[in-house]
Ligand binder design. Structure first.
Ligand code: ZN
Length: 131
């Protein structure tokens, strides 16, 4: 015969009606099971909050594993966060360091070559080439 849980539907009903009238120990004695079984049943039935990690039902964190819109990383992260934490931080840092996107134009000094100054200009460029 398969081992049956002592918490039958009748016991559940009884717990619902009597859990405030008895201690866990008394209820366990009444049902004929151990205290832990009673506590688990109470937590499961949401009749009582029993402090202690082993009695808690695993809280489901609101998260998803949708691929990051930037790098495609599908590590789970809070729901409605489309970017992974790494990309999120990277973007935030980028915003901090570069408040505006600007095109940096490097203006090189121009040598205007006129007929008059051609020789001089040539000399200058030769000098530059020679270092
Ligand atoms: Zn990413």
């Amino acid at each position: 015969m398969a081992k049956k849980s002592p918490i039958t539907s009748e016991v559940e009903q009884w717990l619902k009606l009597n859990h405030k009238l008895h201690t866990h120990k008394e209820m366990a004695a009444n049902i004929g099971c151990c205290i832990e079984t009673v506590r688990r049943a109470l937590v499961r039935l949401e009749l009582e909050v029993v402090h202690g990690a082993k009695y808690q039902r695993r809280a489901v964190p609101k998260s998803w594993s949708r691929p990051c819109i930037i790098c495609g990383c599908s590590k789970s992260r809070p729901r409605m966060q489309f970017k992974c934490n790494a990309c999120h931080d990277r973007e935030r840092d980028a915003d901090k360091h570069m408040p505006s996107k600007r095109n940096v134009t490097i203006t090189l000094p121009r040598i205007d070559v006129c007929l008059d100054k051609k020789e001089k200009a040539t000399a200058t460029s030769e000098n530059l080439q020679l270092g």
